[in-house]
Ligand binder design. Structure first.
Ligand code: GLN
Ligand code: ZN
Length: 757
């Protein structure tokens, strides 16, 4: 008999009550004991729900007070010195100070969890040696058992993954670090075994990245030690997000189970199983249900896959589970009352995915009533596939014929540059901004009034025009050369376009945790993406009518729209990217036709779509470059295409960025200035480029001299004739006063740099 398992349940709660609790505590509206008890209620509710659904192996310790990596650091007493921690269980105030910063002490760095949009707090290992301040997995196990009678499966971040995600040590110290941490991990598993835990899930997603033989040896050392320390405990070595390389080594590790992603790493993982088999007596955690997406499974392919697997593993050695923790999907589709019923029926959030898992188990044992449920699933998926929204023939054909669509500018950059300079007559070191200006409370209130219907269309448009007018005037006064309209009409750079294109839907409750209490509600790309009517022309044209200086049009690029949405899974992702690209091309052409002849196509999320495995980078980048170029290549030579990226490890991407063939790129720099300068010492970049001269993440107004010195350093490695001056990123989160002051300093710094030449 198969069993069902889960790897992690979303913590945010069906109505984001987790988020609200945290924020109420931070605001001083709840005291610590209220925080603890409210979070306990949420945690136990989630366990009960999984129990009621009939999940056999329910994860515990997947819950968190902020982030599970931060929990792990706290469990090991890894608190950076600046938080004046004196040992023992880390107090809440210290824990949250690490996450969010505190008077005087900067927050710990936060970064993306593999290729997801979840962000974890980066552990810092340069302080005191780790100790076990409390055995959190054990506590979670005991709680579930005592309060709900659940025989939970504690989840623990694997030692190797933990070390690889940490900072504060040199790569050649890794073996010392293992020696430091191994006794702690050993103690944890021993205590779990003593408490009667049957399965522990140890997450080692690092195994799906490109790892070396030396890494593998270390991993063997770790798991041999853990197994010897707690031979009675079953260790499920859990991987996800991709296939494991070195499968044959990994299955021979002394652990009792191996969890594989059979959605995102299906092809390679399945091939490996077929080639090397699966060891008798071990358990396979079969990640059959997509934990990264919101689509219902027709269940036909996972059932077929289970059959295939049964040639190598007997059913009683298989756990049916999601491909990864359900942390990455919203909670329940029940509240989605506003969606088209065909679309709603084709969705599965966390709760529905658990139902699918239970159903898969039931189906393999031929339980009654199963056929009906299976056919319901199949029909729901078929209905969406058959809908008009997924059958826009022209869109499909255009994307399929992408190779015959124009994707090269008429002339090379060197030639365009001459025509552009002639047309625009920009000064040496032209100044510009990235697009958005402060979204004051007034602006947010206006948008709400409009959305609620309290304001008429006309009223709202007038308001937006007023804002544009104010900021065009301000930009002129400050002395900026290339102006923007300010993006006041946009809450979000993806949602804005999604609402105006065919093929997108917006959910009521599709929230997922992004970091800490911050949740995002990504748009859903469910159908073929099609341009309907110009989306940005009105505001840009209005802004241009107010000034003689050029106004840049402002679009979000195809990869950013793709990477920040939930994307349909019946088409390859690149196909969807090409559809978006072609829709955006129509917008680019509409802007040009309306006289907007500088157009910025932002791609801040281009980098985050990079596959986990390096060998897949080239094809992703090739498709990304093509998508960008499909959007931007049909314009005149004199039309200047800009792009913008946030911090993006330029050195790994410089060839791809060059291949975008954008006339100008503006790029976030402040947080990585030295590194970027170094990149340009080694390789040349021969298109227009602006390295952000000040950090927009802080309200601080940087001094003129600071910016002058940033400009000077950049000009030592970049061609001054191609250099632009701009801030790091959009200014929508900043206050008006500090923005104006900073931009004035930026223009003054530019003048100083110009005179020095
Ligand atoms: N044009 C956008 C803005 O200025 C770019 C935002 C981004 O890079 N994330 O807000
Ligand atoms: Zn940016």
């Amino acid at each position: 008999m198969l069993k069902s398992s889960n790897l992690g349940y979303p913590r945010i709660g069906a109505n984001r009550e987790w988020k609200k609790t945290l924020e109420a505590y931070w605001a001083g509206k709840l005291d610590e004991s209220q925080l603890i008890s409210q979070l306990e209620n949420i945690r136990l509710d989630h366990l009960k729900l999984q129990q009621e659904k009939g999940i056999d192996l329910i994860p515990v310790n997947d819950f968190s007070f902020y982030d599970h990596i931060l929990d792990t650091s706290a469990m090991f007493g890894l608190v950076p010195e600046r938080f004046s921690y004196t040992g023992g269980v880390v107090p809440f105030s210290t824990y949250y100070a690490m996450a969010r910063g505190d008077k005087g002490a900067a927050a710990c760095e936060m970064t993306k969890w593999f290729n997801t949009n979840y962000h974890y707090i980066v552990p810092e290992l340069n302080g005191a040696a780790p100790t076990l301040t409390e055995n959190r997995p054990l506590k979670a196990y005991q709680e579930a058992k005592e309060k709900l009678g659940i025989e939970g499966k504690p989840v623990l971040v694997g030692l190797y993954t933990f070390l690889k995600l940490s900072k504060g040590y040199e790569p050649d110290q890794i073996d010392d670090k293992i020696e430091q941490f191994l006794p702690i991990y050993t103690q944890i598993v021993q205590e779990l075994a003593q408490a009667g835990v049957q399965w522990v899930q140890i997450d080692e997603p690092i195994l799906v990245t490109s790892i070396t033989k030396a890494d593998l040896e270390r991993i063997r050392r770790i798991y041999t030690a853990l197994n010897e320390a707690a031979p009675a405990l079953n260790i499920m070595l859990q991987t996800y997000f991709e296939a494991v390389d070195h499968y044959e080594d990994i299955i021979s590790l002394p652990v009792q189970g191996l969890g594989l992603d059979l959605v995102h790493g299906l092809e390679q993982n399945l091939q490996s199983i077929k080639k090397f088999g699966f060891p008798e007596g071990k358990t396979l955690g079969a990640g059959l249900i997509d934990g990264r997406n919101i689509w219902r499974s027709s269940l036909e392919s996972p059932l077929q896959l289970l059959k295939e697997l049964s040639e190598f593993v007997t059913y009683d050695q298989i756990l049916v589970q999601p491909s990864c923790s359900l942390l990455h999907v919203p909670v329940s589709t029940k509240p989605e009352t506003a969606l088209d019923p065909v679309l709603k029926e084709a969705l599965a959030y966390a709760d529905e995915k658990l139902d699918e898992i239970v159903l898969l188990v039931a189906a393999t044992s031929g339980q009654e009533g199963v056929d009906e449920k299976l056919s319901h699933s199949r029909k729901a998926v078929e209905a969406l596939n058959a809908s008009q929204s997924r059958n826009r023939v022209e869109v499909r054909e255009a994307a399929a014929n992408r190779d015959s669509q124009p994707s090269t500018r008429k002339n090379v950059f060197a030639k365009r540059q001459v025509s552009q300079q002639e047309k625009w007559q920009l000064p040496f070191l032209p100044t510009t901004t990235i697009g958005s200006f402060p979204q004051s409370p007034e602006i947010r209130k206006a948008r709400q009034s409009f959305r609620k219907g309290d304001w008429s269309n006309e009223q709202y448009e007038i308001f937006i025009e007023d804002q544009i007018q104010i900021w065009i005037k301000l930009q002129e006064e400050i002395g900026i050369d290339v102006l923007v309209h300010g993006e006041f009409e946009r809450t979000d750079m993806v949602e804005f376009f999604g609402e105006k294109l065919n093929g997108f839907a917006f959910t009521l409750n599709g929230w997922v945790q992004s970091y800490g209490s911050r949740c995002v509600k990504p748009p859903v790309i469910y159908g073929d993406v099609e341009f309907i009517a110009p989306m940005t022309v009105k505001e840009s044209v209005y802004a241009q009518s107010l000034t003689d200086k050029p106004v840049k049009g402002m679009l979000t690029g195809p990869l950013t729209i793709l990477n920040w949405s939930f994307v349909r899974d019946d088409l390859p992702r690149n196909e969807v990217a090409f559809q978006i690209a072609l829709a955006l091309r129509e917008e680019v052409e509409a802007l040009e036709k309306a006289g907007i002849e500088m157009i910025q196509v932002d791609e801040p999320a281009l980098r985050e779509g990079l596959p986990l495995k390096k060998e897949k980078w080239d094809s992703y980048l090739e498709d990304s470059i093509l998508a960008f170029r499909l959007s931007t290549s049909t314009v005149k030579d004199t039309t200047q295409i800009h792009t913008h990226m946030c911090y993006c490890e330029f050195h790994e991407m410089i060839d791809a960025i060059r291949a975008l063939d954008a006339d100008v790129i503006s790029i976030e720099t402040s947080r990585s200035h030295g590194e970027l300068i170094h990149t340009f010492e080694e390789s040349t970049y021969e298109l227009g480029i602006g390295l952000g001269v000040y950090d927009i993440h802080s309200p601080r107004v940087p001094a003129v001299e600071e910016m002058v010195s940033m400009i000077d350093r950049a000009l030592q490695v970049l061609d001054p004739a191609l250099f632009w001056i701009n801030p790091d990123c959009g200014l929508k989160t900043r206050g008006i006063e500090e923005t104006v002051a900073s931009l004035k300093h930026m223009v003054q710094a530019t003048e100083i740099a110009r005179e020095a030449r």
